[in-house]
Design a protein around this ligand. Structure first.
Ligand code: MG
Length: 218
Protein backbone atom coordinates (compact mmCIF):
# COMPACT_ATOMS: atom_id res chain seq x y z
CA UNK A 1 0.00 0.00 0.00
CA UNK A 2 1.35 3.39 -0.94
CA UNK A 3 0.69 6.49 1.10
CA UNK A 4 0.84 10.16 0.49
CA UNK A 5 3.70 11.80 2.29
CA UNK A 6 1.81 13.78 4.87
CA UNK A 7 3.48 15.97 7.47
CA UNK A 8 3.84 14.60 10.99
CA UNK A 9 0.66 16.45 11.98
CA UNK A 10 -1.43 14.73 9.31
CA UNK A 11 -2.53 11.09 9.24
CA UNK A 12 -1.32 8.90 6.40
CA UNK A 13 -3.83 8.36 3.64
CA UNK A 14 -4.02 5.45 1.23
CA UNK A 15 -4.07 6.54 -2.40
CA UNK A 16 -7.34 5.85 -4.14
CA UNK A 17 -8.46 6.53 -7.68
CA UNK A 18 -6.77 9.38 -9.51
CA UNK A 19 -9.24 11.36 -11.63
CA UNK A 20 -7.66 13.52 -14.31
CA UNK A 21 -9.26 16.38 -16.25
CA UNK A 22 -8.30 16.96 -19.88
CA UNK A 23 -8.41 20.31 -21.71
CA UNK A 24 -9.20 22.50 -18.70
CA UNK A 25 -6.93 25.31 -19.92
CA UNK A 26 -7.92 26.82 -23.29
CA UNK A 27 -4.32 27.54 -24.38
CA UNK A 28 -3.29 23.93 -23.76
CA UNK A 29 -6.37 22.57 -25.54
CA UNK A 30 -5.42 24.71 -28.56
CA UNK A 31 -1.77 23.57 -28.56
CA UNK A 32 -3.11 19.99 -28.78
CA UNK A 33 -5.31 20.95 -31.73
CA UNK A 34 -8.46 20.61 -29.61
CA UNK A 35 -11.02 22.78 -27.85
CA UNK A 36 -12.25 22.96 -24.26
CA UNK A 37 -15.20 20.50 -24.11
CA UNK A 38 -18.48 22.37 -24.38
CA UNK A 39 -20.47 19.82 -22.40
CA UNK A 40 -19.24 17.55 -19.64
CA UNK A 41 -15.57 17.69 -18.57
CA UNK A 42 -13.14 15.24 -20.20
CA UNK A 43 -12.20 12.73 -17.48
CA UNK A 44 -9.71 9.85 -17.44
CA UNK A 45 -8.31 7.74 -14.60
CA UNK A 46 -4.97 6.59 -13.29
CA UNK A 47 -4.62 3.66 -10.85
CA UNK A 48 -2.79 3.95 -7.50
CA UNK A 49 0.22 2.20 -9.10
CA UNK A 50 0.72 5.36 -11.17
CA UNK A 51 1.95 7.16 -8.05
CA UNK A 52 5.58 8.28 -8.02
CA UNK A 53 6.67 9.98 -4.77
CA UNK A 54 8.79 13.15 -4.50
CA UNK A 55 12.42 12.39 -5.51
CA UNK A 56 11.25 9.20 -7.23
CA UNK A 57 12.36 7.61 -10.46
CA UNK A 58 10.19 7.24 -13.57
CA UNK A 59 10.99 4.70 -16.27
CA UNK A 60 9.78 5.44 -19.81
CA UNK A 61 7.91 2.34 -21.03
CA UNK A 62 9.74 0.54 -23.82
CA UNK A 63 6.75 0.86 -26.16
CA UNK A 64 6.94 4.68 -26.25
CA UNK A 65 9.42 7.21 -27.62
CA UNK A 66 7.68 10.40 -26.52
CA UNK A 67 7.06 11.06 -22.82
CA UNK A 68 5.44 14.45 -22.14
CA UNK A 69 5.08 16.51 -18.97
CA UNK A 70 1.84 18.18 -17.84
CA UNK A 71 2.15 20.09 -14.54
CA UNK A 72 -1.13 20.27 -12.60
CA UNK A 73 -2.70 21.29 -9.32
CA UNK A 74 -3.90 18.13 -7.59
CA UNK A 75 -6.81 18.12 -5.13
CA UNK A 76 -6.83 15.43 -2.43
CA UNK A 77 -10.23 14.20 -1.21
CA UNK A 78 -10.63 13.62 2.54
CA UNK A 79 -14.09 12.07 2.85
CA UNK A 80 -16.60 10.10 0.80
CA UNK A 81 -19.30 11.86 -1.23
CA UNK A 82 -21.58 10.89 -4.10
CA UNK A 83 -23.52 14.00 -5.05
CA UNK A 84 -21.42 16.84 -3.67
CA UNK A 85 -22.65 20.33 -4.51
CA UNK A 86 -20.27 23.08 -5.59
CA UNK A 87 -21.16 24.96 -2.41
CA UNK A 88 -20.04 22.12 -0.13
CA UNK A 89 -17.18 20.87 -2.36
CA UNK A 90 -14.35 22.49 -0.41
CA UNK A 91 -15.44 20.66 2.77
CA UNK A 92 -14.25 17.46 1.05
CA UNK A 93 -10.72 18.71 0.31
CA UNK A 94 -8.10 17.44 2.76
CA UNK A 95 -5.17 18.98 0.93
CA UNK A 96 -3.44 19.90 -2.30
CA UNK A 97 -0.33 18.77 -4.11
CA UNK A 98 1.53 19.60 -7.29
CA UNK A 99 1.61 16.70 -9.70
CA UNK A 100 2.70 15.84 -13.21
CA UNK A 101 0.30 14.01 -15.52
CA UNK A 102 2.94 12.08 -17.44
CA UNK A 103 1.72 11.22 -20.92
CA UNK A 104 3.02 8.95 -23.68
CA UNK A 105 2.11 11.39 -26.44
CA UNK A 106 2.89 9.01 -29.30
CA UNK A 107 0.65 6.31 -27.81
CA UNK A 108 -2.08 8.86 -27.05
CA UNK A 109 -1.98 10.16 -30.64
CA UNK A 110 -2.52 6.63 -31.97
CA UNK A 111 -5.36 6.08 -29.49
CA UNK A 112 -7.04 9.32 -30.57
CA UNK A 113 -6.74 8.34 -34.24
CA UNK A 114 -8.28 4.93 -33.56
CA UNK A 115 -10.92 6.25 -31.16
CA UNK A 116 -9.51 4.03 -28.40
CA UNK A 117 -9.13 4.81 -24.66
CA UNK A 118 -6.09 6.70 -23.35
CA UNK A 119 -5.35 4.26 -20.53
CA UNK A 120 -1.99 3.01 -21.80
CA UNK A 121 -0.85 6.53 -22.74
CA UNK A 122 -1.87 8.13 -19.46
CA UNK A 123 -2.01 5.51 -16.74
CA UNK A 124 1.17 3.44 -16.96
CA UNK A 125 3.11 2.59 -13.80
CA UNK A 126 4.71 5.71 -12.31
CA UNK A 127 2.77 8.14 -14.52
CA UNK A 128 1.58 10.30 -11.61
CA UNK A 129 4.44 11.96 -9.70
CA UNK A 130 3.02 13.86 -6.71
CA UNK A 131 4.54 16.22 -4.16
CA UNK A 132 3.82 15.96 -0.47
CA UNK A 133 0.27 17.00 0.37
CA UNK A 134 -0.16 20.48 1.84
CA UNK A 135 -3.10 21.57 4.03
CA UNK A 136 -6.18 23.02 2.32
CA UNK A 137 -5.81 26.47 3.88
CA UNK A 138 -2.27 26.90 2.51
CA UNK A 139 -3.34 27.85 -1.03
CA UNK A 140 -6.19 29.53 -2.92
CA UNK A 141 -7.09 27.05 -5.66
CA UNK A 142 -8.53 29.87 -7.79
CA UNK A 143 -5.17 31.67 -7.91
CA UNK A 144 -2.25 29.25 -7.64
CA UNK A 145 0.96 29.44 -9.69
CA UNK A 146 2.24 26.32 -11.46
CA UNK A 147 5.75 26.00 -12.90
CA UNK A 148 7.63 23.11 -14.44
CA UNK A 149 11.36 22.87 -15.18
CA UNK A 150 13.25 20.17 -17.08
CA UNK A 151 16.99 20.16 -16.38
CA UNK A 152 16.65 23.70 -15.01
CA UNK A 153 14.86 25.06 -18.09
CA UNK A 154 11.40 26.60 -17.56
CA UNK A 155 8.90 24.69 -19.73
CA UNK A 156 5.47 25.52 -18.27
CA UNK A 157 4.20 28.48 -16.27
CA UNK A 158 0.52 29.04 -15.58
CA UNK A 159 -2.05 29.94 -12.97
CA UNK A 160 -5.18 28.10 -11.90
CA UNK A 161 -7.09 31.35 -12.54
CA UNK A 162 -6.91 30.25 -16.22
CA UNK A 163 -8.86 27.05 -15.55
CA UNK A 164 -12.10 26.68 -17.49
CA UNK A 165 -13.81 24.68 -14.73
CA UNK A 166 -13.25 25.46 -11.06
CA UNK A 167 -12.19 22.94 -8.43
CA UNK A 168 -15.70 22.90 -6.86
CA UNK A 169 -17.27 22.33 -10.28
CA UNK A 170 -14.93 19.40 -10.93
CA UNK A 171 -15.64 17.86 -7.50
CA UNK A 172 -19.40 18.19 -8.09
CA UNK A 173 -19.18 16.59 -11.53
CA UNK A 174 -16.85 13.70 -10.63
CA UNK A 175 -18.76 12.88 -7.44
CA UNK A 176 -22.05 12.80 -9.35
CA UNK A 177 -20.74 10.34 -11.94
CA UNK A 178 -18.24 8.13 -10.08
CA UNK A 179 -18.61 9.00 -6.39
CA UNK A 180 -15.53 10.33 -4.63
CA UNK A 181 -13.84 8.39 -1.83
CA UNK A 182 -11.35 9.37 0.86
CA UNK A 183 -7.90 9.13 -0.68
CA UNK A 184 -9.01 9.86 -4.23
CA UNK A 185 -7.38 12.79 -5.97
CA UNK A 186 -8.12 15.04 -8.93
CA UNK A 187 -5.54 16.26 -11.46
CA UNK A 188 -7.17 19.52 -12.55
CA UNK A 189 -5.58 20.02 -15.98
CA UNK A 190 -2.41 21.58 -17.36
CA UNK A 191 -1.53 25.00 -18.76
CA UNK A 192 0.22 25.30 -22.13
CA UNK A 193 3.85 24.41 -22.76
CA UNK A 194 3.71 20.61 -22.62
CA UNK A 195 6.75 19.02 -24.24
CA UNK A 196 8.95 15.95 -24.35
CA UNK A 197 11.09 14.72 -21.48
CA UNK A 198 14.07 12.73 -22.66
CA UNK A 199 15.63 9.99 -20.58
CA UNK A 200 18.24 11.03 -18.02
CA UNK A 201 16.32 14.22 -17.21
CA UNK A 202 15.56 15.92 -13.93
CA UNK A 203 12.07 17.40 -13.56
CA UNK A 204 11.02 19.97 -10.98
CA UNK A 205 7.41 21.16 -10.53
CA UNK A 206 6.60 24.06 -8.22
CA UNK A 207 3.28 25.23 -6.74
CA UNK A 208 3.22 28.84 -5.53
CA UNK A 209 7.02 28.97 -5.13
CA UNK A 210 6.87 26.79 -2.01
CA UNK A 211 5.65 23.27 -2.75
CA UNK A 212 8.19 21.34 -4.80
CA UNK A 213 8.04 18.02 -6.61
CA UNK A 214 11.24 16.62 -8.08
CA UNK A 215 11.79 13.38 -9.94
CA UNK A 216 14.18 11.77 -12.36
CA UNK A 217 13.34 10.14 -15.70
CA UNK A 218 15.66 7.29 -16.60
MG1 MG B 1 -3.27 16.44 -17.95
Amino acid sequence: MVFYTFSEQQPSLAIGTMYCIGRNFAAHAREMGAEVPAGAPLVFLKPPSAYTPHTGLVTIPKFSNNLHHEVELVVIIGKDGDTITEQEARDYIIGYAVGVDLTLRDIQTIAKQKGEPWATAKSFRGSAPLSAVIPPHSIDDTNAELELYVNGELRQKGNTNQMERSVPALIAYISSVFGLRRGDCIFTGTPEGVAQIHSQSHVKAILNSHTVLEFTVE
